[in-house]
Each structure stands twice: as structure tokens, then as C-alpha cells.
Ligand binder design. Structure first.
Ligand code: 4UU
Length: 548
């Protein structure tokens, strides 16, 4: 057997030597990050650039801004260690500044997708006990209605103009350092609460510690860059992934900053604009989700190859990438290295990456286990641990794995075993070279364009309708979006409630990406004797509807 698999324990270990992670128990993630940035060339180069205006923040300025902002948040807003603050923000160069300032104070950040509905925001704000939120003008009214302190983050990067238009934010970001007592932060203190539904049920707060954030920085981002032939500081990354999701957060708010790379931030992904941005800013690396890869390929077909001269690597993750998308991309942009990565919110995005993929090009693999990570492939009927070449549920272990779910010991216990294995809910196998392939998902989540949708969240909305007796939600495959949510609905006998009525009802209460896109009226929901929805059965009904 290969060195990286033990038949005795059934354990896969990373093929890469372990990295020494910082041992100081009182190292916080922000200090860990800045410890890698030294005065000199790196400090003068741009950390962030806004893709539409070209406004930029150098590493020197970033360090100062994070300190000023931390002082402003401490003195003017009264935030203290352990307080939970919500970021309901689209991508902007201020997002990372606010995030880092907050966690440097020992405060905890919970990120909310800015397209969320009032109900969704309210749930998260109350579960996390949020007293303060940073948001953009679109969500200002919504958040203010929740009776918490709300700080509006300006769209403008012209300090002189927002000093007048938004003096509150100006005062915070431009504050003199003054004296801010340095809190004693333990690596095991929670720094962020991200939302995920895990393997089952409604979406839950994932507790990520400073140790987890340091792990993603070191094992996912810095390790990958150490495998390149060129220095990480020379790379220009395009940040079009949402910063509120773990994939974007790990890269653009944490890891890449420790390398001195330049990050060009797009407010939102726009395929037509992306080509111009790649050319204008000489983007070298572009992390995407599958629908973005497809859109990029489509646009690239009509464009002269010169435009993409700078582009070295496109990395894709968060959802399965079809062979068709891969082939189409390779045929269109053959000079660009394409790799996949795999991770979860619950593992702080640490998992596998196509590290060093120049050697073996296995495009449909999600890559090799990151350093310091272990895995098992578990046979779900016998519980035995499977050797390379065999499919089973993937379990992973290592310093990226979350502390647990917020206020939910049952869900934590179901997800993390006693000997600290994280059950991923993904079906996978390792090949004879140690490359991981994700082949299926047994957990309930639906992945729409890489975003998570928890069926249980939509089911709760559906059954709140007075004319709906029962409901269940499952995924239908979709070429462009990966999967779309389909609702099975049992309506009151005497009503004329239509499919469109159901779609509109849900759409009014959830973020646009989470809305139900198809409705099937049924006379009952298939359930087990204990009342659990039989999701496999739903999938079977769906396949029959499509084929008949
Ligand atoms: C098939 O989506 C994420 C994290 C994405 C990520 C992390 C590190 C991408 C690239 C990278 O290098 O987190 P969640 O919590 O939203 O969703 C996690 C789930 C996984 O359990 C799996 O079902 O998303 C799915 N998934 C993938 N599926 C994630 N990456 C992949 C992938 N192929 N490459």
C-alpha cells in the first residue's frame, strides 16, 4: 500500500510533509497574517484594488486602516471582546478591513449574504445575539428595523466626499489609533460564525476559531502558493466570489493577504465585465465556481487570446465541475492552468486542492489532501474504512475543522465524531495517486451556483403558507446552475393554489438565489415511519416526472 494510506487504521494522510503551525496559544489570526508582511517592496504594493474605480489600498495603508478602524470600533462603537457583529455587505475593499479590525479586537464576525431577506437576516441576528451590523445602503433600512446599531459602509472611495456624506464611517476608519487595550485572544476563541446547514436540517452557525482561520491561511492558501514556481507576492487575484462565503473569505480576506498578493475586488461577478477586468489589471489567478467558469469560457471564445495573456491559473470549487465545462475551458484557454479545490464551511475551506498539478493533470479530481489533514472513506452499510479506489462517505480531520455549531450540541455531535472526524456528507474516493474525486452528496444541502440552500429552511417557509398542508424540497440537476430547488407541495383540497403562487410566496421571503424554481403538486410527502422525509424517494419521483 502507498505510504499515505494505512490499511490498519483506514486513514489517509496528506502526501505533503506536515507544516509547523504557530504554537503560541495567544496568537490571533490578524497578528498571524501581518507577521508575514514585512516592510519594503511588499508593503508598498497594492493589497486591494476596486475593479470599477481602480481605488487601491497598499499593504502599509491596510495595516494602518485596520488599526484605526479597530480603535474607532472600540471607542466610538463600544465593541468589546466576544461581541458578535454582523457584516451584511457585498464585495468591497472595505469588507476585509472591517472584518480584520473586528477580529483583532477579539470580536466575532457573522457574515450574512447581502441578498438575504429580512426574515433570514433576523434569524441570524437573533441566533448570534448581534448588537451591531455593518451594511451597505441597500440593506440599511432592513437592518435598522431590527433595533440594532447599524453602520452604513459607503460605496465611494473618495474620502473627501464621504467625510461629509457619511461622517460616522469616516470617523471610524480615519480614527487616531489612540489607546486600545490589546485583548488576550486565545487561538481557540471564536472569530467568525458562518452559516451552513451541514449534513442535515436548517442552516446553522459554524463556529470558526482563530486557530481555524490560521489553518486556512497556512494549509490552503500559503501552502498552495509555496508550490508555484513564482512568488505569491507577484500574483494578482480576481475576487469575484462572494466574500461572505468561506471560499472567498479564506482567500481574499485572510490567506492571500499574508502572501502580499494583489486582490482586485469585483462588487459582483459580471461575465462581460470580467474580461475587461482581467485585461486591465493583468489578473494572474482567478478562483471561481462552476457557473462562473462556464460564463468565462463562453465570453472568452469571442475574444482575442492576448486579453488573457496574464492569466496563469483558474481554480474552481464549491460544487461539482462537469467534464463538459472542463473540456470546453481547456479547449478555449489552453495556456491557463485549471485546478479544482474542495472544502467546506465546517473545515474553514481546508480540504483538498490541485496542489502542484503540473505533474499530473487530473482535471476532474478535486486534488490532494492539504498538509496536516487526514481523511477516511467510510462504507455506509458496514461502517468499514475503505482503501484507494473505493467509494464511501468522506470524513476529514485536521486544524481547519470547526469548533462546532452555535447553540446546537446535537448537530455538532452528529457531525463531528468523538475522535474528531468531520463527516462531510460527500461520497468520494481516492485514486492510486492519492487524488480525491467527489462523486455524489448524501447530505441534504442543495448547491445553487456553489451557494448552499438548506431544504429544511425552504420547507419551513412553505408550510407557513395557510393553504399548504405539507411540503418537501429537493434538488433537480441543472446544467448552468448545478442544482435548483424543487418543492413538493401538498395543498388543501379545496384550493386552487398554483405552482406559480407557491414560487412567488417563497420568493418574497428568501434571498433570490434560494428561491424555489419548480413546484410539483403531490397528494402526500413520502416519509419514514418516524416522520423523516424520504429524500431519495423525492428524487425518484422527480426523475419520473422528467422522463414521462
Ligand atoms: C464538488 O463550498 C464550500 C467551500 C468551497 C471551497 C473550498 C476550498 C472550494 C474550493 C476550495 O479550495 O463550502 P460549503 O460549506 O458552502 O459547501 C461544502 C460542500 C461540500 O461538502 C461539497 O458537497 O460543497 C461541495 N463542494 C464540492 N463538490 C465543495 N467543493 C466541491 C468540489 N466538487 N470541488
Amino acid at each position: 500500500p502507498p505510504l499515505w494510506f494505512s490499511p490498519e487504521t483506514g486513514m489517509y494522510t496528506s502526501k505533503f510533509p506536515s507544516l509547523h503551525l504557530p504554537v503560541d496559544p495567544n496568537l490571533d489570526a490578524v497578528s498571524a497574517l501581518f507577521s508575514h508582511i514585512h516592510d519594503g517592496d511588499d508593503a508598498a504594493s497594492a493589497a486591494f484594488v476596486d475593479s470599477s474605480t481602480g481605488f487601491s489600498i497598499s499593504y502599509t495603508e491596510l495595516r494602518v486602516m485596520v488599526k484605526s478602524m479597530a480603535a474607532g470600533i472600540y471607542h466610538d462603537l463600544g465593541v468589546r471582546q466576544g461581541d458578535v457583529v454582523s457584516l451584511v455587505l457585498p464585495n468591497s475593499v472595505y469588507f476585509p478591513v472591517i472584518f480584520l479590525s473586528l477580529i483583532s479586537l477579539g470580536a466575532i464576525v457573522t457574515t450574512v449574504n447581502p441578498s438575504s431577506s429580512l426574515g433570514e437576516i433576523k434569524k441570524q441576528v437573533s441566533e448570534c445575539n448581534v448588537g451591531l451590523a455593518f451594511t451597505s445602503h441597500e440593506n440599511f433600512e432592513k437592518l435598522s428595523s431590527l433595533g440594532i446599531v447599524v453602520i452604513r459602509v459607503p460605496e465611494s472611495y473618495d474620502f473627501d466626499s464621504f467625510r461629509i456624506e457619511n461622517p460616522k464611517f469616516y470617523a471610524i476608519i480615519k480614527r487616531d489609533f489612540g489607546f486600545v487595550p490589546k485583548p488576550l485572544i486565545n487561538q481557540d476563541d471564536v472569530a467568525a460564525i458562518m452559516y451552513s446547514s451541514g449534513t442535515t436540517g436548517a442552516s446553522k452557525g459554524v463556529l470558526l476559531t482563530h486557530r481555524n482561520l490560521i489553518a486556512t491561511m497556512e494549509l490552503f492558501v500559503r501552502f498552495e502558493a509555496s508550490q508555484y514556481e513564482y512568488p505569491g507576492s507577484s500574483n494578482v487575484y480576481l475576487a469575484a466570489l462572494p466574500l461572505c462565503h468561506i471560499y472567498g473569505l479564506s482567500l481574499f480576506v485572510l490567506g492571500l493577504l499574508s502572501l502580499g498578493s494583489t486582490i482586485v475586488v469585483m462588487r459582483r461577478f459580471d461575465a462581460s465585465d470580467v474580461i475587461n477586468v482581467i485585461e486591465r489589471f493583468k489578473i494572474t489567478h482567478f478562483p471561481v465556481v462552476p457557473p462562473m467558469l462556464m460564463a468565462l469560457t463562453k465570453k472568452a471564445k469571442g475574444v482575442c487570446g492576448e486579453v488573457f495573456k496574464s492569466l496563469k491559473q483558474v481554480s474552481c470549487g464549491a460544487a461539482p465541475l462537469s467534464r463538459k465545462f472542463i473540456e470546453d475551458f481547456l479547449g478555449t484557454l489552453p495556456h491557463v492552468d485549471l485546478i479544482q479545490g474542495y472544502g467546506m464551511t465546517e473545515s474553514t475551506a481546508v480540504g483538498t486542492r490541485g496542489f502542484n498539478s503540473q505533474k499530473l493533470r487530473k482535471y476532474s479530481s478535486v486534488g490532494l489532501l492539504a498538509p496536516n489533514m487526514q481523511a477516511k472513506v467510510v462504507d455506509w452499510s458496514s461502517g468499514s474504512f475503505l482503501p484507494p479506489g473505493n467509494r464511501g462517505e468522506l470524513w476529514i480531520q485536521g486544524p481547519g475543522v470547526m469548533k462546532g455549531y452555535l447553540n446546537n450540541p446535537e448537530a455538532t455531535q452528529m457531525t463531528i465524531s468523538e475522535d474528531s472526524w468531520l463527516r462531510t456528507g460527500d461520497i468520494a474516493y481516492f485514486d492510486e495517486d492519492g487524488y480525491l474525486f467527489i462523486v455524489d452528496r448524501i447530505k441534504e444541502i442543495i448547491k445553487y451556483k456553489g451557494f448552499q440552500i438548506a431544504p429544511a429552511d425552504l420547507e419551513a417557509v412553505l408550510v407557513s403558507h395557510p393553504l399548504i398542508i405539507d411540503a418537501a424540497v429537493t434538488a433537480a440537476p441543472d446544467e448552468e446552475c448545478g442544482e435548483i430547488p424543487v418543492a413538493f407541495v401538498v395543498r388543501r383540497q379545496e384550493t386552487t393554489l398554483s405552482e406559480q403562487d407557491v414560487i412567488s410566496y417563497v420568493a418574497a421571503q428568501v434571498a433570490p438565489y434560494r428561491k424555489v424554481r419548480k413546484v410539483v403538486m403531490v397528494s402526500s410527502i413520502p416519509k419514514s415511519p418516524t416522520g423523516k422525509i424520504l429524500r431519495k424517494e423525492l428524487k425518484r419521483i422527480l426523475t419520473n416526472c422528467v422522463s414521462s
